[in-house]
Each structure stands twice: as structure tokens, then as C-alpha cells.
Design a protein around this ligand. Structure first.
Ligand SMILES: [Zn+2]
Length: 199
């Protein structure tokens, strides 16, 4: 860290690395921190460190968790036989907020994107197939995003999963083309799941 950098400037610089935070918002946050009680600032700093130290990936579905397995994998009320495959934990959160799904998840941790150098081996596809081969799964819902990468990934998974004789479905239109699940409203996500089609 450069010791000559002004502490205010330094924090503004760090905050502008966040998605959606420009310099103006970063400045507002910094001035808020300057005015708030010392213990609030300390609590924030601790929460950030705590997050980095404790949060890891669920050993089964690769959702984010502070435990060995995430809350959803541990929840016996969730239907074990239906797995919804998503790209990122943020997609899982979006579907959970929609409240339209009661099964389990598998988070691929990305999508196939040759241009970005991301191939199938960079994703949690092998782990998904292992889960499916262990049995107990009746349906896999492919809920990767409706864009080139998401469709490529869905097609790739279709070729691998179809021979296993498991029912395979793809979330329906309703999710706009180019749609990133994370930014789509709850009703639309609910409809997209409800109207999923078998592939
Ligand atoms: Zn899990």
C-alpha cells in the first residue's frame, strides 16, 4: 500500500472497484463512514474480513456457505430428486427470492465461454455428473442464462445428461433473450421455471 496516498482517496479507489459504484457513490460512502461511530466502522471492517475467512463453496452444490454444506443441501424439506443447474450463486439467490422452486441446486461457477478461455473443465460439470450418477435424481432443470454462453453450456450439458435417462428441462422463454437471471424480476423467474420445457 502506498503510504503517501490520502486515506480518503484510498478508500474511494477501493470502493470504485465494486460493481455499480462510481466515484460519486464511493465518496458518499466514505463521508458516511467518516461521520458514523467508530464501532460501526469497525463492525464493517470485521464483517468484510469474516466474509473472506469463513465463506466457501458447498461441498455438494457449490453454493456459497459458511459450513461444509449449504442450508439448501441440508434442508430435508427440499425435493432431492430435482436439481436446478445455475451459473452463479447470485442466480441461485434470484431463484430463491422468486420462491418458485423447492428442489436442490448445482452451481456451475460460470458458463462455457471459449473467448474468455472458460471450457467445461473450468466448471463444476464433473461434480454434477457424479451427483447424477449417484442416483435419486428424477429431473435436471437447466437454468443457465439465456445468452450465448448460457445456451452453449445448456447444449453441452444436454449431450452429457440425456444418455443418463434423467428428465431434462430448460427454463422457458419469458426470461428475455440475453437475460441474466440475477437481474430478472421474481414473477418472470417463477414463470420461466413453471413453463420449463423438456429437451
Ligand atoms: Zn449446497
Amino acid at each position: 500500500m502506498n503510504r503517501d496516498v490520502d486515506p480518503i482517496e484510498l478508500l474511494i479507489q477501493e470502493l470504485t472497484k465494486f460493481p455499480g459504484i462510481g466515484e460519486k457513490t464511493a465518496s458518499r460512502l466514505v463521508f458516511h463512514l467518516l461521520h458514523c461511530p467508530q464501532e460501526d466502522a469497525e463492525a464493517l471492517a470485521r464483517a468484510v474480513l469474516n466474509l473472506k475467512e469463513k465463506v466457501r463453496f458447498c461441498s455438494l452444490c457449490f453454493n456459497l456457505t459458511a459450513q461444509e454444506q449449504c442450508k439448501i443441501c441440508q434442508d430435508e424439506r427440499r425435493i432431492e430428486g430435482v436439481i436446478c443447474v445455475v451459473e452463479e450463486p447470485s442466480d441461485l439467490i434470484a431463484i430463491e427470492k422468486a420462491g418458485a422452486f423447492k428442489g436442490r441446486y448445482h452451481v456451475l461457477q460460470g458458463a462455457i465461454s471459449p473467448l474468455d478461455g472458460i471450457g467445461p473443465d473450468n466448471l463444476k460439470i464433473k461434480e454434477l455428473l457424479e451427483r447424477l450418477r449417484r442416483g435419486k435424481v428424477d429431473e435436471v432443470i437447466l437454468a443457465t442464462n439465456i445468452n450465448v454462453e448460457g445456451e452453449t453450456t445448456a447444449l453441452y450439458l444436454q449431450k452429457l445428461i440425456k444418455p443418463l435417462g434423467i428428465k431434462l428441462t430448460r427454463i422457458a422463454c419469458g426470461v428475455p433473450s440475453g437475460g441474466d437471471l440475477e437481474y430478472i424480476d421474481r414473477v418472470t423467474i417463477g414463470k420461466a421455471l413453471e413453463n420449463r420445457r423438456e429437451i
